[in-house]
Design a protein around this ligand. Structure first.
Ligand code: ATP
Ligand code: LTN
Length: 334
């Protein structure tokens, strides 16, 4: 049942292969919420170029992500699944919103600070205004809800601030969006350093489980996961490595942390780690298979890409034209 006409928007970057952190923190929630809202799921390829990309790799990863959305269970007939770069209104609204965003606000963004430290040789203006393009993505579609992982909260806050600032001047133009953060899985940590978030750009391939990893690789990575020496499966802040594995297991099995503690009472870490690996591999296998089928069906996917971009553009232009009128751009005569 649709939740009235409520809109949901979310996006992911087509940079590197997705990890189970992206899946459990974001994509899985997209699928859960899809039945309740009118949804758009965007492959934000324009955000990706804030960091240097190889063109062929970017193109491939963008298609991989778009097909992964579908393979994970998002129906492209019901939901709008598309590339950001195919709808020029995103960049046009971003320009306008740039003029309603303060340098000081952008300077406070932790993602900007992290990424500029990591890419010190390429601190470009796009990296700085990244959150404004993200605000444009969301506000273009009058989104009520935006499912994201914990690390995107700050970007959601600035989106709301920009929207409120604009509405205060021009009247109720934008819906003020709310973040949706899942109860479990909003922050999956690295398997090699449980104090760090699992990230698809981590240099150590053992730190992350990728959505494309095969069964053996998944199980091996979980076996090697860094834990402590307490040797009991307990969901506690004192055991961050084990806590992270319990969280992952809980997400893929549907069992609560307490049930998991009981299941592994008296058992060693070896058994537990193997069980987590098996359960994650079981969850990913059907998604991987479906994605492979989609990637082989070029005509079908191309058709989706075309019609969905048109559907997105139709909605985006409604908001963009309203904004352009409000700020005083000359009336369009064509
Ligand atoms: P990068 O390492 O390239 O910065 P990332 O792994 O952080 O990328 P994004 O593309 O920035 O991934 O994020 C896509 C979505 O996945 C966002 O909603 C983000 O909040 C969520 N997400 C990313 N990493 C995690 C994680 N470790 N746990 C839970 N959710 C996550
Ligand atoms: N910044 C996000 C990706 C992103 C996004 C969005 C998420 C771009 N535009 C709009 C939700 C809504 C990220 O790095 N995960």
């Amino acid at each position: 049942m649709l939740n009235g006409e409520k809109m949901l928007f979310s996006g992911m970057q087509a940079t590197n292969v997705l990890t189970i952190g992206n899946y459990l923190g974001a994509l899985r929630n997209f699928v859960k919420l899809a039945d309740e809202y009118n949804c758009l799921f965007c492959v934000v390829d324009e955000h990706s170029i804030t960091v240097r990309q190889d063109p062929a790799v970017l193109r491939k990863q963008a298609r991989d992500l778009l097909t992964l959305y579908i393979a994970a269970g998002l129906d492209p007939e019901k939901n709008i699944i598309y590339y950001q770069s195919h709808v020029p209104a995103h960049a046009e609204l971003a320009w306008i919103l740039n003029c309603f965003t303060y340098m000081g606000e952008l300077q406070r963004m932790t993602q900007f600070k992290d990424k500029s430290a990591k890419h010190a040789d390429n601190i470009n203006a796009g990296l700085f205004t990244y959150p404004v393009l993200m605000a444009a993505d969301i506000l273009l579609y009058q989104a009520d809800v935006v499912p994201v992982g914990q690390d995107q909260m700050q970007h959601l806050e600035i989106t709301r601030d920009i929207a409120l600032r604009f509405n205060n001047i021009y009247g109720d133009v934008f819906t003020i969006p709310e973040a949706y953060i899942g109860k479990v899985g909003a922050k999956i940590q690295s398997l090699q350093d449980p104090s760090k978030k699992m990230s698809k750009s981590d240099e150590n391939p053992n730190a992350s489980v990728y959505m494309t990893d095969d069964r053996d690789t998944i199980i091996r990575k979980f076996r090697r996961a860094v834990t402590d020496s307490e040797a009991c499966v307990r969901y506690s802040d004192d055991q961050p490595g084990i806590k992270n594995l319990i969280t992952i297991y809980s997400c893929v099995s549907g069992k609560s942390p307490e049930e998991i503690e009981r299941e592994f009472e008296g058992k060693g870490y070896g058994d537990f780690k193997s069980a987590v690996g098996e359960a994650v591999a079981d969850t990913l296998a059907p998604i991987q298979l479906r994605q492979k089928e989609l990637l082989a069906d070029k005509a079908y996917v191309d058709g989706i890409i075309k019609t969905n971009a048109e559907r997105a553009e139709y909605l985006a232009l409604k908001t963009l034209r309203k904004v352009q009128k409000k700020i005083g751009f000359p009336e369009r005569v064509r």
